[in-house]
Write a protein that binds this ligand. Sequence first.
Ligand code: PXG
Length: 299
Amino acid sequence: MSDYQVFLNGEFVPEDEAKISVFDHGFLYGDGCFEGIRAYEGNVFKLDEHLDRFYTSAKALDLTPPYEQAEMKDLVLEACRVNELEDAYIRPIYSRGVGDLGLDPRKCDEVTTVIIAREFPRLYGPELYEEGLSIATVSTRRNPPECLSPNIKSMNYLNNILGKIEANQLGVDEGLMLDTKGFVSEATADNFFIVDDGEVVTPPYHNSLRGITRQSAMDVAEREGLPVTEKPITQFDVYAADEAFMTGTAAEIAPIVEVDGREIGDGNPGEITKQLMDAFEKVTRTEGTPIYPKETVEA
Ligand code: PXG
């Protein structure tokens, strides 16, 4: 076992001592929220954007965080420092806390706070970033906002996990989820884009998670002079597209070359996709909140 230090309820403890009660409602009911954040070469990428979403998820769950957002920002950076990380995957979690066996959140006195920071490679194998992924539409539909908003990044991922299980059973690299109306929503842990006649298109975010990498990819595309549109897309639009890719903190930008047995474009990662992958990589290496401010390094 590695010896990462995990922040748990006010202190950093060795990871094998970072234990949660079986009566924690995060465990019993998936009642809580989390973020997945990355650091590149000593800088945490889009930290404020991730923390804004984290605190909005908590608010939507009517969960009062024990730390102000600015304190949480310091703790995330500290979690990287105590683990001496430059490149990291960081996961802050707030769960409802320890209660009894009833689901009423009023039974829980204290929100559980966890921050895990560790090294973590890109979500898919390196060859898939060269050759592109084969994906398939799964039958599990993405939770509609009228039942459970996909924009709450909650500790209950069963909707996406059922989609991922189907994708695994189909023997493809990832599952594409539709919304309840049959429009494309997103992949199980990534947002979805197509490129059509030079235009970069992604579905509106109401039926999917408003991904931070999704926004970065849109910003990068605009800076590269490409038209970017948010509009509903169908499976037909996907099959007819010139290119397709996915975006996510864990996956970064990942090219897609096959959907439901249909080749996308010529079956190779598209030129615009590759351009965006390169431009995104540059952005991740030049922006971000420093983990080790200069004064500390020089002192
Ligand atoms: N959709 C869903 C459902 C997600 O969970 C994204 C899109 C992409 O969002 P960001 O903001 O990351 O660009 C996500 C993010 C994991 C893991 O452990 C999952 C995510 C992020 C980090 C790690 O599989 N999902």
